[in-house]
Design a protein around this ligand. Sequence first.
Ligand code: PGA
Length: 241
Amino acid sequence: MKLVHVENYDEMSMQAARAVFDKITSSERVVLGLATGSTPEKMYDYLVDMLNKNKVDLSHVYTVNLDEYVGLDADHPQSYHQYMNRIFFDRVDIPKNHTFLPNGAAENLEDEVAEYEKLIEELGGVDLQILGIGRNGHIAFNEPGTAFDSETHVVDLTETTVNDNARFFDTIDEVPKQAISMGLSTIMNAKSIVMMASGEEKADAITAMMEGEVDESLPASILQRHHDVTVIADRKALREG
Ligand code: PGA
């Protein structure tokens, strides 16, 4: 893994945006794997600015997201579909029909996960995957114990995650209890990966991912076996004071 040391969240975001921008502008056709959450928010801000200032044509860009909540349709304000529209798709000139997320409102979830996996394959695979990391070393919704050979699948959310998300909903019953997530083997199939990490709460996970054993108890450790991973981490995530 290649490690890029940066000062803080802002610099991490700028460097990651630059990596995505360079990939977009140097490719004739590109499939981006995109992530949601707090970590990539500012990366999208920088990327939107870079793309719009340079009037970059995005008709050669396709995107697939890592995950989506089960039971929320694409219009639900807390869905990742809406997150992506707000933070990226609606702010740039990307053809909407080039952007894909799992359908959390699908009637048949087993068909949906198989179709999502097939879709990624039909697009030719992910060229550049953006990732964040959870405090426990999860990537996407692949929690500790997820099989390294997992493909896109339905995940039961942990009680902690359900409770953490409760603040965004009127009642606990409305909080999604499951999600659809790319699996670890799906993520490993990406041709290149950029992981972002900021803040001391990510430090243990980053150290274990880079220096620990490759073990299913720390999902991100599988990335040690990938040949093109760049970790952009700030001082706090690297415990550099
Ligand atoms: P965060 O989540 O970006 O909201 O910290 C990262 C993750 O859980 O992958």
